[in-house]
Write a protein that binds this ligand. Structure first.
Ligand code: B1M
Length: 213
């Protein structure tokens, strides 16, 4: 018998079809969408990552777990995104070049929408030039960069540089499992957030700073 919550277990096993019922059960039991993400879904992906590291599972299993997680997030998105009237700020977000991981980035995008921002999501594997072009086109207040691979962290550095070279005054927040506060400082990003909830606090603090300076 597994010690995991049934929803966590469904994520680990990639049982996408079971996900809607299990998510509904959690909501009916009074759990908030954010708590479901933090306590049921993210721990499932952590187990998947550990098993992958130990060669107990391989990329196809990781992929089906990710699909199950996305199914859950699709259901929870309306609850995670509060109905803001007119967005106060605009943000551009994406996963950097060479990196295809998008679950964390999608969560941050949802949370930023929930904090009343208009979010332009460039997707995954976004080149520095594409980020720079998007910044020039949309003139956002904020840019979010996500990277999940140590091998794509250099692309983050190149992207920060390309955005700065574009000459648009914008705050840059970075995040993702291998990224640290020190790395953010090293590459000249304005902020680092370890998770999606802190990405909201970090963004709002930077934007308020920007507004008063
Ligand atoms: Co990949 N993968 N993967 N993978 N994968 C990891 C990241 C890994 C840690 C697994 C492991 O070895 N334990 C490892 C990276 C090792 C490293 O570089 N240090 C790894 C590897 C090696 C790979 C491949 C190279 C495998 C291969 O092909 N041999 C390959 C690379 C492909 C590529 O990108 N070019 C690969 C592929 C894949 C899949 C496609 C199969 C799939 C991704 C599907 C998808 O995203 N659509 C996948 C998955 C699912 C994972 C794990 C298991 C889960 C990632 C995830 O979604 N976590 C992951 C192991 C792990 O993380 N435990 C792993 C849940 C998500 C909510 O967390 O994304 O960390 P996370 O986001 C968090 C924070 O990081 C933060 O907030 C989020 C929520 O709180 N955050 C930000 C993220 N972005 C932020 C931005 C911010 C602020 C905060 O501001 C803008």
């Amino acid at each position: 018998m597994s010690d995991h919550h049934p929803l966590t277990e469904a994520i680990i096993r990639g049982r996408r079809k079971d996900v809607p019922t299990l998510v509904s059960q959690c909501l009916e039991a009074g759990e908030s969408a954010q708590s479901i993400v933090e306590h049921r879904l993210v721990p499932g992906m952590a187990v998947v990552g550990e098993r992958f590291k130990k060669n107990e599972i391989f990329v196809p299993e990781m992929l089906i777990a990710a699909r199950a997680m996305k199914e859950a997030l699709k259901i929870l998105e309306p609850d995670l995104v509060a109905a803001g009237v007119k967005p106060e700020f605009t943000a551009v977000i994406g996963t950097v070049e060479g990196d295809l991981h998008d679950i964390g980035k999608n969560l941050v995008a949802m949370m930023w929408k929930g904090a009343n921002m208009e979010v332009i999501d460039l997707g995954v594997n976004v080149s520095p030039a594409k980020f720079a072009a998007a910044v020039q086109e949309h003139r956002p207040n904020l840019v979010g960069l996500s990277a999940l691979l140590t091998t794509t962290m250099p692309a983050m550095r190149d992207t920060v540089q390309a955005i700065r070279d574009a000459g648009v005054p914008v705050k840059i927040v970075i995040g993702g499992a291998p990224v640290t506060h020190t790395f953010a400082e090293e590459i000249g990003a304005d902020g680092y957030a370890p998770d999606a909830a802190s990405a909201v606090d970090c963004a709002l603090a930077l934007l308020k700073q920007g507004a008063s300076s």
